[in-house]
Design a protein around this ligand. Sequence first.
Ligand SMILES: Nc1ncnc2c1ncn2[C@@H]1O[C@H](COP(=O)(O)OP(=O)(O)OP(=O)(O)O)[C@@H](O)[C@H]1O
Length: 440
Amino acid sequence: MSPALVAARPVVAVAYSGGRDSTALLHATAKAAHDEGVRVLALHVHHGLQAKADDWLAHCERQCAAWQRKGWPVELAHTRLALGPKKGESVEAVARKARYRALHDLAAAHGADVVLLAHHRRDQAETFLLQALRGAGVAGLAGMPAAVVRDGITWMRPWLHHPREAVEAYVRRHRLRYIDDDSNDDARFARNRLRLAVWPALAQAFPHAEAALADAGTWARDASACLAELAVLDLAAVATPAGLKLEPWLALGAPRARNALRAWYRDAAGEPLPASWVERLWSELPQRRSAQWQMPSGTLRSYRGVLSHATAPVSTAAPNAQPGTELKIVRAGRYRPPGWDGVLHVERCANGGAPAALLKSLRAVPRAGGEQFQRGPGRPPRSLKKQFQDAALPAWARSGPLLYAGERLVFVPGLGIDARVVAAPGEPQWCLRWEPDVPR
Ligand SMILES: Nc1ncnc2c1ncn2[C@@H]1O[C@H](COP(=O)(O)OP(=O)(O)OP(=O)(O)O)[C@@H](O)[C@H]1O
């Protein structure tokens, strides 16, 4: 059979820190994959934060090589980060955010659209407690989802409902070797304090704490989904593109109105409304019919019975953008090109899209000047600068990468797909939309 006719073997990625849980998950996945004809990609992120991180990477490489020698279809892919959390920033939060971004990029670069994470029920129970101790609402208490699609990748936690003891037993049964990260003993981190000081006492006094707290998280997840649906219904009645109509909004009564306000604000500002602001607006809005509040994301304005949000202008420069970031689009979803501050929304469409085949290998590049763009069929290609002016696009709407397939300009933020590459009707095609991040 010609190589072209041999179907590529499906690939599944496992986020592999080298710690106990992800070692067990990678082992179980690789063992099953061996029988199923699936390739397994172990993704390791070197955070560049601890002296021992080089040893951990070396351990992961040795472990994967050992499994390869057994004939298991495991490959390791890793990336090195150089994180330097700023003063006052949570090291944990900075590392987590960068880790998920790096895992996403690694998976996308290797053609994996499913990434498995090794969280288990104890992690879920701890998350619930930690969130409660931060005063979180039901969305925070809902904890981690067992599966979620984000930025074109499906993130799955196949062991989320398994007790930690089951994972420990698996590790013992297979005599797996794993890394013991001694920063897990560092009491500056809330999760470590919970694990070391609170959990042993809690589990002794309440032997079912892990299962009960994880169950409570499931209730919170349902409650959070219901609140989100209620907000959609309420906003359909009280919000317009201009903003929130204050009179019918107030008539919803405190809990529903505050729920609708949170949802409206998140949508308008692209970030959650802090609890203190919910309280403040709820008490001030009924009295201050004409007022303005400066928010991190922009300005909230109450005028003639409507509450509106204006986003602060975004710089057109993408400070972290790297020249020629590769982007592979093979399905609908949200894609975040590394180094760019925004998200590319990809949807299947019937007309006016770019041919699916063209989007399999794109480059995201900054504007260099002198680019030509054609806005519609039969119209002449003109300079991008002129096109932006004609379309009267504000600077923030122009920010984002130009997408090229080879030397052909495919997509420009704010303008859309170049008419010269638009797919013929009936051809498989994707419509694209760029959404810049809201500045913080
Ligand atoms: N450096 C890393 N590289 C790749 N994946 C990671 C990394 N750190 C964490 N993960 C993934 O995220 C999951 C949860 O992270 P967490 O920090 O709770 O795990 P961990 O303490 O490193 O240990 P373990 O591997 O035992 O889960 C891990 O199970 C693993 O799947």
